[in-house]
Write a protein that binds this ligand. Structure first.
Ligand SMILES: Cc1cc2nc3c(=O)[nH]c(=O)nc-3n(C[C@H](O)[C@H](O)[C@H](O)COP(=O)(O)O)c2cc1C
Length: 103
């Protein structure tokens, strides 16, 4: 495993802000994953117990009371690329707007 990346997010007292901050971090992660994959580097998202252990925060110099871990990401060049089995889009998409609504 050539590399590990940690993405963290600060807590917020404002519920909406907190949700948007988490969403923004997830978008950033997704963009990073797409960028890496363009260069043949795979990435795996993990949120195992270690990501909530205060010793992990100490190791990284992060404040346990101020921030939380969005993900610990393994990345590297894959030896093999697993095949994926996805549901057809029609099975998970219930409604598509095909034309803009009339005024
Ligand atoms: C928020 C989040 C947390 C995840 N945590 C773990 C984890 O702790 N352990 C793990 O093996 N995979 C974890 N994954 C990876 C998923 O299991 C899955 O492999 C990844 O999202 C790719 O999806 P796919 O299997 O549909 O291709 C996590 C994914 C997300 C989005």
């Amino acid at each position: 495993m050539p590399g590990w990346m940690v993405v963290s997010c600060d807590y917020s007292d404002d519920d909406i802000r907190a949700r948007e901050d988490y969403a923004a971090c997830c978008c950033a992660v997704h963009n990073i994953a797409l960028y890496l994959w363009e260069h043949g580097i795979g990435m795996k998202w993990t949120t195992g117990e270690v990501t909530r252990d205060h010793r992990f925060f100490k190791l990284l110099g992060m404040d346990y009371s101020q921030t939380y871990v969005v993900g610990l990401f393994w990345y590297g060049y894959p030896r093999t690329i697993p095949t994926q089995h996805r549901k057809p889009v029609a099975e998970v998409l219930s409604h598509v707007v095909s034309s803009p609504p009339e005024n």
